[in-house]
Design a protein around this ligand. Structure first.
Ligand code: ZN
Length: 182
């Protein structure tokens, strides 16, 4: 998910992984469960965290760099150093109370889409060693987690938008593609 306030550039080596954007087939696929918890998975998590910071996002899902594995990374909206890696995350329960708010996505650059999300969610996931845990989230963090888990099921913010909002955004994206000649 894209963050609203731009922050300072990040320390460390910048990975070369290209961020996949709207229209890329990787963003429409169902990602596969992670079954092997090895050093390659740790490396993937490091790369994802670095790309998230490079792109100044608050969260990133593996399909956004073309890897169809069920893994997301995110950081606390108020502290980019408080980072998390969730492997095979799934929503086990969500509140009935929902709210509508503008949401950005690194893969849908420049667009803000009104998306309705549950206010609170309970997530079950595994860490990089394969240990299972559960986490409760509310507010913006709950929104980030729902957004990133959507990516693992090939769903983007435009797919969550109300029909009229969806038409508006798709039109905007089309026009921008024409302008840039892509
Ligand atoms: Zn996104």
């Amino acid at each position: 998910m894209a963050r609203k306030d731009k922050q300072k550039p990040r320390r460390g080596a910048v990975p070369l992984e290209r961020l996949r954007t709207f229209g890329d087939p990787a963003l429409k696929q169902q990602a596969n469960p992670v079954t092997v918890f090895d050093s390659r998975l740790v490396k993937l998590a490091e790369t994802m965290l670095a790309v998230m910071h490079r792109e100044e996002g608050v969260g990133l899902a593996a399909p956004q760099i073309g890897v169809l594995s069920r893994m997301i990374v995110w950081h606390h909206p108020e502290d980019e150093n408080e980072e998390y890696v969730f492997v095979n995350p799934r929503i086990v329960s969500m509140s009935e109370e929902r709210s509508l708010a503008g949401e950005g996505c690194l893969s849908v650059p420049g667009c803000t889409v009104e998306v309705e999300r549950a206010n609170e969610v309970r997530i079950a996931a595994q860490n990089l060693e394969g240990v299972e845990f559960e986490a409760d989230a509310a507010g913006l963090i709950a929104r980030i987690l729902q957004h990133e888990i959507d990516h693992l099921d090939g769903r983007l913010i435009v797919d969550r938008a109300a029909p009229e909002e969806r038409r508006r955004v798709l039109k905007e994206l089309r026009e921008r593609a024409i302008e840039s000649g892509t």
